[in-house]
Design a protein around this ligand. Structure first.
Ligand code: SF4
Ligand code: SF4
Length: 180
């Protein structure tokens, strides 16, 4: 009868030879394969002591950027949250008060901005959607943790510090408008 997938294999039922019955050649051949690996280059990376080189397109933990004057770029427009296929981003917008011009670049800012790193699939669509060059994915790894709550990253862990700025020039799209 015709098979549906055509992948059917008829298994041979032939008698095993003496050499096959003692299994020794098969065992020796297996040991030879294992032995050969002793002299090959070790492919194991002993993370975290050793960190392998990342591809330039690697997408890791997000950063919320500040401008050159230290003001937060994010205006809480919500486009990143709308673009996020994992619904990992939540935010609460607030209006900038008088005297806060040095903190926030525009009249509206994100009072709360959270990313659930357990939901995030690091697709980079939030970065693509952002019209203010406010959010970028970096080469930083989200550290492991035993508590699920620790994976909700708020502004305290997302907004870059002025003393430890994160270079995202490689990720900036040429020709993309940068708001001043
Ligand atoms: S990288 Fe993708 S999944 Fe993660 S927050 Fe951004 S849009 Fe959502
Ligand atoms: S990060 Fe960008 S897209 Fe997201 S709310 Fe802020 S300005 Fe809008």
């Amino acid at each position: 009868m015709e098979s549906l997938s055509n992948r059917k294999k008829v298994v041979s039922n032939k008698e095993m030879t003496f050499m096959e019955r003692i299994y020794l050649p098969a065992i020796l051949s297996g040991m030879w394969i294992t032995f050969k690996h002793l002299f090959r280059k070790n492919n194991t990376t002993k993370y975290p002591e050793e960190v392998r080189e990342f591809a330039p397109v690697y997408r890791g933990q997000h950063v919320l950027k500040r401008d050159e004057k230290g003001r937060e770029n994010c205006t809480a427009c919500g486009l990143c949250a709308v673009a996020c296929p994992a619904e990992a981003i939540t935010m609460v917008a607030a209006e900038r008060n008088k005297g806060e011009e040095n903190l926030y670049r525009e009249e509206k800012y994100a009072e709360t901005y959270e990313i659930n790193m357990l939901r995030c699939i690091f697709c980079g669509l939030c970065e693509e959607a952002c019209p203010k060059e406010a959010i970028f994915l970096t080469d930083r790894i989200v550290p492991s943790n035993f508590e699920r709550g620790e994976f909700i990253y708020g502004k305290d862990r997302l907004v870059e510090s002025m003393t430890d700025r994160i270079d995202i020039t490689k990720r900036q799209h040429t020709g993309k408008r940068t708001e001043k």
